[in-house]
Design a protein around this ligand. Structure first.
Ligand code: ADP
Ligand code: MG
Length: 837
C-alpha cells in the first residue's frame, strides 16, 4: 500500500498589481495564506509531498513528481499523473508545456524511449491513444470519426474504451506527432476552443508491453503489460459553484458530472478503508477510466495547480482542499505480468488486422490479379496442349509412314522369300514334292513353337511366315481369341493387363478402331475429338466466368462508391445532429439569462415600498410566483432535453399546458386585482359622498388628490407589468416556435439518417452476396484449372505411351532389318537397291 503523491504548483501571477489583502506563500512543502503584513491566516496552511512555486520549471516538476512513476510503468506498473485546478491555473502548461518548456507528457514520452533503449534484455511494444471526455462523451483524438465511444471491461484487458484507435509506436518523435495531430482534431470545427478545453478532460494513454528477449523457459516467459495515463482535467471551478448549493447547472450538468464524481470518489477514498463503502467509480466516464489509478492497482500522482491572484482565492482554497483529501488515498500497485499469450496474441491480432484491412482495401485488385494469373496459366496450358497435339499428329503421320514402309518391306521380304523357296525347290533334287509359297507359309504357321516369341528369332522362316500373315490383315482387327494366333506374347500380355502401351498400340494399329472403339470413347484423354470438345467447353466456361467476374467487379466498384458517398453523408448528418443536440442546452442558457434579467426587474420592483394588502403587491407576488414556476419548468425541460431528445417531445406538451395554466392564473389575478382596485375606489367614493353629506362644510380637496395619484400610480404600474408580461410572453412564444422548428428539422434529419443507415446495411449485404458469388466463381475456375491439369497429365501419359510404342516399333524395324540382312546373307540374290531402306 502506498499513498498517492500530491503536489501543488503555483502559477506566476498574471497581473502586475500588488496584493492588497492576502497572498499565498510557499515555504518548503507548505503553501499558506498570509495577510499583507506577513502574518499567516490560521486554518489556511496546507502541506503536500511537493509544493512548486511560480519559478519552478516543468523539468523540475517532472523530475520530482512524475519521473518515478514513468520509470515504474516500464517495469510493468500502471501509472497515472493528472493535473487538477481551475481554468487558467496552469494544468495544460504542466502537462503539455510549451515548445521551450516541454511538459510532463513530452518529457515522459522521451524518457520512456530513452529508458527502453537501455534495457537490452527485454523487447517492448508500445501503443498510444489519446481521448477527450466532453459532455460525458468519449471522443477519439486520433480519429475524428470515433465519437461517443463506450467503456467496456474484460478479464484480459480490464477497463478499456472500445473502438479507441491505438497506434503502435517506436520512437518519441512519432508519438509527439500523433499528439499534435490529436490536438488538431480537437480544434476541428470548434468555434470556442477555450470554452471546450476548459470543460473537457483529455487522457493520453500509453500501453507498454514487454517480454524477456531470450527466455526459452516458458515459466519465466511472462509478458508485462502496463498502462500509463496522463490526464489534463477540466477546470475545477464549477465544482465549487455547483457543489455546495448545487443550484445552477448553467454549463450543462454533464460537464460537471465527471469532475463531481471525481470529487466524490476522492472524498470516499480519503475516508479510510472502514468508512469507505461504495465508491461511485461508475457514475462518470472519467472515474471509470481512472478507476485503477484511484485506490487501485496503480502508482498515481496528482498535481494541483493554483492561481495566486486574490480574485481566485475561493477556487484556490477548493483546489487545496481537494489536494488534501487526495493525499489520504492509498493505492496498491503491483507489476502486471501475464503468463498467457494474451498480450502477444493481441499484438499478432493487430498485425493480422492491419494486413486484413490492407487486403480488404485492395480486395478487388487481389482478386483481379489472381484471376489474371489463372488466365495466364490457362493460356499457357492451352498453348502447350496445342503444341502437344501438333506433335502427336506429326508422330502419328510419321508412324503411319513408317508402318507403311514396314508393310512394303514385309511384302518385299515375302516376295523375296518366295523367290528363295522356289529356287530352293528347284535346286533340291531330293525334294520330290513341290510346294507353293503359300503352302510353305501354312506349314510354318502350323508349327506351334514358332508363335511363342521371342524365341521365334531362332526360326527365321516361321517368323517371316507369321509376319506375312499378320501383314495380310490390315483392315480388320482380330478378336482376342484369333489374335492369339497372330500377336506376339508381349503384346498380348500387355493388352490383357490394360497397360497404357496397349492403348497406345490399339490407337495406332488401324484395326484397333474396329475392336475397341467403345473403350476408347469412354476415355476422354484418348479421343482427340472428345478432348477438343472438352477444351471447347472449358473455354466457354472460362469466358462465362470472366464475364461474370467483370460484372461483379463493376457492381462491387459501384457499391464501394455508393458506400463512400453514404458514409460521407452520414458523417455530415452526424455533425448536424450534434449541432442540433446543442440547441436545447443553449436554450437552457438563454432561459437562465432571462431569469437573471427577470430577477433584476423583480428586485427593482420590490424595492418600491408597497402596502402588503395593496393589489399591486398581490399582482407582483402572483406574477413572481408564476414566473418562478415558469422558469423552473423551462429549466428542467431544457436540462432534460440535453439528456434525451426523445424526452423533449413528451415534455413539450407538458410545458405548453403549464404555460397555458400559468397565463390563466396570471390573467385571473390581474382581473381580480383590477376589480378589487375599482371596487375599492367605488367604496371610497361612496364613503366620500356620505362624508360630504354628513359634513357638507368640511370638504378637503387633499384626500381626493392623494386618491387620484394613488390610482394613477397603480394604473401605471399595472401597465408596466402587463407590458413586461407581454414581452416575456412574446419571447417565450418565439423560443417555443424556434424550438419546434428545430425539433422538426431534427426529426427529419433523423429519419433521413435512418434511411441512409438502412441503405448502407442493404448495400453491405449485397456486397457480401457478391463477394460470395465471386468466391464461388473463383472456386469453379480453380476446379476447371485442376481439370485442365488432369487433362494435361493424361496427354503427357499419352505421349509417353506413344514414345514407348514408337520405340518398340523402331526396335521391331531394326530387328526386321537385321533379319533381312541375315536372309540376304543366307540367300545372296540380286535385290534392287531400293530395298531395305
Ligand atoms: P489551464 O490549462 O489550467 O486552463 P493553462 O495551462 O492554459 O491553464 O495556463 C494559462 C496560461 O498561464 C497560459 O498562457 C500558460 O502559458 C500560463 N502558465 C501557466 N502556468 C505557468 C507557469 N508555471 N509558468 C509560466 N506560465 C504559465
Ligand atoms: Mg487547459
Amino acid at each position: 500500500m502506498e499513498k498517492i503523491c500530491v503536489a501543488v504548483r503555483v502559477r506566476p501571477s498574471v497581473s502586475e498589481e500588488a496584493f492588497h489583502g492576502t497572498l499565498w506563500k510557499v515555504e518548503d512543502n507548505r503553501v499558506s495564506l498570509h495577510r499583507q503584513d506577513g502574518t499567516p491566516i490560521s486554518g489556511l496552511s496546507y502541506a503536500f509531498d511537493h509544493v512548486f512555486d511560480e519559478t519552478c520549471s516543468n523539468d523540475r516538476v517532472y523530475d520530482l513528481l512524475t519521473k518515478d512513476i514513468i520509470h515504474a510503468t516500464i517495469q510493468g506498473f500502471n501509472g497515472t499523473v493528472f493535473a487538477y485546478g481551475q481554468t487558467s491555473s496552469g494544468k495544460t502548461f504542466t502537462m503539455n508545456g510549451s515548445p521551450t518548456n516541454p511538459g510532463v507528457i513530452p518529457l515522459a514520452v522521451k524518457d520512456i524511449f530513452e529508458k527502453i533503449q537501455m534495457i537490452s534484455d527485454r523487447e517492448f511494444l508500445i501503443r498510444v491513444s489519446y481521448m477527450e471526455i466532453y459532455n460525458e462523451e468519449i471522443n477519439d483524438l486520433f480519429a475524428v470519426e470515433n465519437q461517443k465511444l463506450q467503456i467496456h471491461e474484460s478479464l484480459e484487458r480490464g477497463i478499456f474504451v472500445s473502438g479507441l484507435r491505438e497506434e503502435i509506436v517506436n520512437n518519441a518523435d512519432q508519438v509527439l506527432k500523433f499528439i499534435e495531430s490529436g490536438e488538431v482534431n480537437r480544434h476541428f470545427g470548434e468555434t470556442n476552443m477555450n470554452v471546450r478545453s476548459s470543460r473537457s478532460h483529455t487522457i493520453f494513454r500509453m500501453v507498454i508491453e514487454s517480454k524477456g528477449r531470450d527466455t526459452h523457459d516458458s515459466s519465466t516467459d511472462a509478458i508485462r503489460v502496463s498502462v500509463l495515463n496522463l490526464v489534463d482535467l477540466a477546470g475545477s471551478e464549477r465544482i465549487a459553484k455547483t457543489g455546495a448549493d448545487g443550484v445552477r447547472l448553467k454549463e450543462g450538468k454533464h460537464i460537471n458530472k465527471s469532475l463531481m464524481t471525481l470529487g466524490n470518489v476522492i472524498n470516499k477514498l480519503s475516508d479510510g478503508a472502514k468508512q469507505r463503502g461504495h465508491i461511485p467509480y461508475r457514475d462518470s466516464k472519467l472515474t471509470r477510466i481512472l478507476q485503477p489509478a484511484l485506490g487501485g492497482n496503480a502508482k498515481t500522482s496528482i498535481i494541483c495547480t493554483i492561481a495566486p491572484e486574490e480574485i481566485h482565492i475561493e477556487e484556490t482554497k477548493g483546489t487545496l482542499q481537494f489536494a488534501s483529501r487526495a493525499k489520504r488515498i492509498t493505492n496498491c500497485a503491483q507489476v502486471n505480468e501475464i503468463l498467457t499469450d494474451a498480450a502477444l496474441l493481441k499484438r499478432q491480432k493487430l498485425e493480422i488486422e492491419e494486413l486484413r484491412s490492407k487486403l480488404q482495401g485492395s480486395h478487388a485488385e487481389v482478386l483481379e490479379q489472381e484471376i489474371l494469373k489463372l488466365r495466364n496459366d490457362m493460356l499457357k496450358y492451352e498453348l502447350e496442349r496445342e503444341k502437344l497435339e501438333l506433335e502427336l499428329e506429326e508422330e502419328r503421320r510419321s508412324h503411319k509412314e513408317r508402318e507403311q514402309h514396314i508393310m512394303e518391306q514385309q511384302m518385299r521380304i515375302q516376295s523375296l522369300s518366295n523367290l528363295v523357296t522356289s529356287s530352293e525347290s528347284r535346286s533340291s533334287s531330293q525334294d520330290s514334292r513341290r510346294q507353293s509359297p503359300e503352302e510353305n507359309v501354312h506349314d510354318s504357321l502350323c508349327h506351334g513353337d514358332v508363335f511363342r516369341t521371342p524365341t521365334f528369332k531362332a526360326a527365321p522362316n516361321a517368323f517371316v511366315a507369321k509376319r506375312s500373315n499378320y501383314s495380310r490383315l490390315p483392315d480388320c482387327s482380330p478378336l482376342p481369341d484369333s489374335f492369339s494366333n497372330v500377336a506376339d506374347e508381349d503384346t498380348w500380355l500387355k493388352l490383357n493387363k490394360g497397360h497404357i502401351t496397349d492403348l497406345d498400340s490399339l490407337l495406332i494399329t488401324p484395326a484397333r478402331k474396329v475392336q475397341s472403339l467403345s473403350s476408347v470413347d469412354a476415355t476422354p484423354g484418348c479421343s482427340k475429338q472428345s478432348y477438343q470438345q472438352e477444351v471447347q467447353k472449358l473455354k466457354r466456361q472460362l469466358e462465362l466466368v470472366t464475364e461474370e467476374k467483370n460484372e461483379f467487379q463493376q457492381k462491387y466498384t459501384e457499391q464501394v462508391q455508393l458506400n463512400d458517398q453514404l458514409t460521407g453523408e452520414i458523417s455530415e448528418l452526424r455533425q448536424e445532429v450534434l449541432q442540433i443536440q446543442e440547441i436545447p442546452r443553449r436554450l437552457g442558457e438563454s432561459v437562465a439569462s432571462c431569469k437573471d434579467f427577470y430577477e433584476d426587474v423583480l428586485s427593482t420592483m420590490q424595492s418600491f415600498e408597497f402596502d402588503e394588502k395593496s393589489s399591486t403587491t398581490k399582482v407582483l407576488s402572483s406574477t413572481c410566483e408564476i414566473w418562478s414556476s415558469l422558469f423552473a419548468t423551462l429549466e428542467s425541460h431544457f436540462s432534460t432535453a440535453t439528456d434525451d431528445q426523445k424526452y423533449i417531445q413528451e415534455n413539450d406538451s407538458l410545458v405548453q399546458e403549464n404555460c397555458k395554466l400559468l397565463f390563466e392564473r396570471l390573467k385571473s389575478t390581474i382581473t381580480a386585482a383590477v376589480l378589487s382596485e375599482t371596487s375599492a375606489v367605488d367604496t371610497k367614493q361612496e364613503k366620500d359622498l356620505q362624508c360630504r353629506c354628513n359634513h357638507k362644510e368640511e370638504e378637503a380637496p387633499d384626500w381626493k388628490e392623494t386618491l387620484r395619484n394613488d390610482l394613477d400610480k397603480i394604473n401605471r404600474e399595472y401597465h408596466c407589468l402587463k407590458k413586461e408580461f407581454d414581452l416575456g410572453n412574446e419571447l417565450m412564444e418565439a423560443t417555443k416556435e424556434r424550438y419546434c422548428s428545430l425539433e422538426r428539422e431534427f426529426q427529419l434529419l433523423k429519419e433521413e439518417r435512418d434511411s441512409l443507415l438502412k441503405e448502407v446495411a442493404e448495400s453491405s449485404q449485397k456486397l457480401a452476396l457478391i463477394t460470395d458469388q465471386k468466391e464461388n466463381v473463383l472456386k469453379d475456375l480453380n476446379s476447371q484449372v485442376q481439370r485442365r491439369k488432369d487433362l494435361e497429365e493424361e496427354i503427357k501419359q499419352f505421349s509417353v505411351a506413344f514414345g514407348c510404342r514408337q520405340k518398340s516399333l523402331v526396335s521391331f524395324h531394326n530387328e526386321l532389318k537385321s533379319n533381312i540382312e541375315k536372309l540376304r546373307a543366307q540367300n545372296p540374290v540380286q535385290v534392287p537397291k531400293t530395298l531395305g531402306g
